[in-house]
Write a protein that binds this ligand. Sequence first.
Ligand code: ADP
Ligand code: MG
Length: 268
Amino acid sequence: TPTLPRPKHPRVFVVANQKGGVGKTTTTVNVAMGLALGGLNVLVIDNDPQSNASTALGIEHPVGTPGTYETLVEGDPIMAHAQQSPHSPNLHVLPATIDLAAAEMELAVMQGREARLKHALEQYLEQSGADYVFIDCPPSLGMLTLNALVASTEILVPIQTEYYALEGVTALLGTIDRVKGNLNDRLELTNILLTMYDKRTNLSKDVAAEVRSHFKKQTLATEIPRSVRIAEAPSFGQTVLTYQPRSEGAVAYASVAEEIANQVETKE
Ligand code: ADP
Ligand code: MG
């Protein structure tokens, strides 16, 4: 039985911020693992040709491994290529390889190009009993990210707690507005996570306060500390939650998973 509440309806998150290196992938894999370790069924879609999420979740993905590219471009079902994580039986991953880089161009000339992931995901959700889906995105607002924005209902934005933190978010808000008015009315920016927080510096405190005042409702109470354990876990094919479960970073990500799980109506 799960220790975290199970949502009545599956929740689909896109983890987005078109700035690179702000903690998108780290947040995707650790929040997903936190929910899975809490007993919930979780799918991670690796939607970045860098395939860092696949690596961090311990999924083998040599060139030729079928995954997100085959779903987006060839129309394969997600179920056909999702792999179970070696670290949790209820965490599945649709892997990416560098091949996905070509999808950006190939999608541009395809029918219904913005909604291909959405259709695949609808089918998967009917078949799988997933409670949560997290889509990790590249640091750009191209066709891959657009497909993720159209397939999702919630946006989780990691913000690095540093100078100009809000700058990237402004561009993202513009994109969200265009997608909402056009391709996906249900999309909402529901969660902002402050990452790489350094509690010793005034800068971190000031930026955190600024983000919280702009996004009162959306900013999660938990801040993710800057932590070597978090950064080194992927080189062991792990999330920090399985690699160093008692470290400060693991405790913080577990607490984020719990905050998110407690946001909605639940079913027994
Ligand atoms: P993005 O997906 O937005 O490009 P990543 O999640 O890959 O960002 O993070 C960028 C780099 O920072 C990675 O090397 C990652 O391991 C490291 N990192 C992420 N979060 C933390 C943290 N809280 N503390 C220390 N290093 C972190
Ligand atoms: Mg990334």
